[in-house]
Design a protein around this ligand. Sequence first.
Ligand code: EPU
Length: 422
Amino acid sequence: MEKLVIRGGKPLNGSVVISGMKNAALGIIFGCLLVKDKITLEDLPLISDVKLSLDILRRMGGEVTENEDGSVVIDCTNAVGGISPCDLVKKMRASYYLLGAELGRFGRAKVGRSGGCDFGSRPIDQHIKGFEALGGVVTVSDDYIRIEAENGIRGNELFFDVITVGGTINMLLASVLAEGTTVIENAAKEPHIVDVANFLNTCGAVITGAGTDTIKIKGVKELHGCTYAIVPDMIEAGTYMIAAAATRGCLRIENVIPKHLESITAKLVEMGVSVDEFDDAIVVSAPDPLRHINLKTLPYPGYPTDMQPQICALLAISEGTSHLIEGVIENRFRYVEELRRLGASIDVNGKTATINGVSGLHGARVRAVDLRAGAAMVIAGLASDGVTEIEDIHHIERGYHDIVGKLKKVGADIEKVEIQTL
Ligand code: EPU
């Protein structure tokens, strides 16, 4: 097992290049199951969740070739449904995309229960409602979810009760090869939804409206191969924006779509951070002190829940009292206890964290309790005096490509070291 060791207090300066978006890549990789042809994916972030997804496709009979230039060729012509490996599937949340992809390709699905970040209960009732609307009969047992569609998958209209990223992507995957037209109302609008739709359209699907509340999918008979580059990761970019601000440094963040970052930029500017936008880059720098703000996380285009722990770390060292409301995911404040070890003053009451800014944090031993919580620990460690050790870094490695290398390049004192056991 490894941990991160950070000697904090050094401003980050220089430029960092953002990788392809995790949450788009995962939908797209499982989407390859729908295509009996070669797909070349470019700008795939080589993070552990992506490697795991590729391994799952391999174990299902897909051919996956990782090229030296970083591109990956996936050919699922000979893939078989219903045999996804439970040991791998249960390690990640996004493996639930196999349900939509198997249903779309084979007209039936059998997939083990998925894992991922532990935020307590993470229901998939809306996914199930969607599969049923398309004609699927869903059976949920302790180990597996099975879907049968004896009369085939048929397009239908569906109104989601809650806005769900995974549910929307699963409906896209399940319906692109269905007979007739599917209409999803109250669809999620995140850039990863648009990217998955763009990928499927490049393979010959007919999807319109992705990025709005209403998505229409006109079923086609088959999809064909293509070459597709994954969109840049807005959450990785946002994380480096906050790391620049927390260390009072100046970072040029390259390979971004500034429009995707608007809600993050707006809150940072409100705190006093300077953000300059260019075509595909932004420059972030911060004066001292920064101001307190109030913030609520919301589905896109609101401020993302996946950037909630990171901004909490920044607010912990900003002047005054901030209120942070988690409006998307239950129980996403487990990391607060870890920030307190570094000297932060934060009270949590239900969905609201009240953060009383302190003048500085001090190094300590902390855990990455989940992926974005781990990113918050890195940010807090970089901004702390002394040495911060972060354990359980496998969570961080699920979502941030080469975080140590990228941070070192801009002046951070950060190492990944083996944990010595007796
Ligand atoms: N929900 C339901 N029923 C459902 C589906 C969702 O009640 O059938 C609720 C959830 O409990 C949650 C809310 O709706 O309260 C939103 O959940 P959503 O389905 O949008 O989340 P997800 O698809 O499971 C994805 C990302 C998460 C990100 C959320 C919200 C992937 C693989 N995961 O999860 O990413 O937090 O959307 O934007 O795309 C991360 O990258 O760190 C991460 C956790």
